[in-house]
Design a protein around this ligand. Sequence first.
Ligand SMILES: [Zn+2]
Length: 250
Amino acid sequence: MCEDCFEKGDSRAPGSVIDDAGSRRLFLLLGLSVLAGCAKQTVLSPMPSPPWPARPPSSPEVQQETTAIPMPAPPEPTPQWRRQLLPRSAWARGLPVPTRMNRMSSIRFITVHHDGMDPFFAIDHATVAAHLEGIRRLHRRKGWGDIGYHFAVDRAGRVWEARPLNWQGAHVKDHNPGNIGIVVLGNFERQQPSAAQLDGVRVHVSTLMRVYNVPLNRVHTHQEWGVATVCPGNALQKALLRLRRTGRLG
Ligand SMILES: [Zn+2]
């Protein structure tokens, strides 16, 4: 578990403007197709590239890398599994505990995470559902009222409803009020996101930006909050920066 993804302790946010009607409006809108983005907001500077050591092509290290046993190839998600929003009831084995959560305040931010656990390639419904339930139980054992994130995106690009949006999330220490948390399933320090998964993130984040009027400069990854964390992992961080630079979010 990526412990640094899951923090708690934000003070109760004043008021709540996100009601059930707002949640219904979001889910009704999630099926809409996305127009090509036009990034009018500030384009963020890219993260510095990792300092790869320069090695001659014939060095033993290079030969070892090229002959190493690769990670098992993940199954390719089928197109019909993409862009589906699955309700919380499709996976959760327990209800949220309202007394342990704060009401969501006016939505101003969106933050993307990875789960940071072992590399996760599954796309079948039952395995993904069990994975989410595992995360929920970990978070409940911390004393939290529910899974800390509001949405999850699996490797097939499907979006799963997690903590209901009328409750404040628990995913960035001291920055949870008004902050929608999206976890991308996998460990992107150790694996690459699939194309379908990245597209699921792009579509879902863009939809949330439009529905809640969140500008691009308020869409962050966990590490961009200045928290000491690698979340959402190097591969996903780079992919999200590319989406921003090419104006495909929003
Ligand atoms: Zn995180």
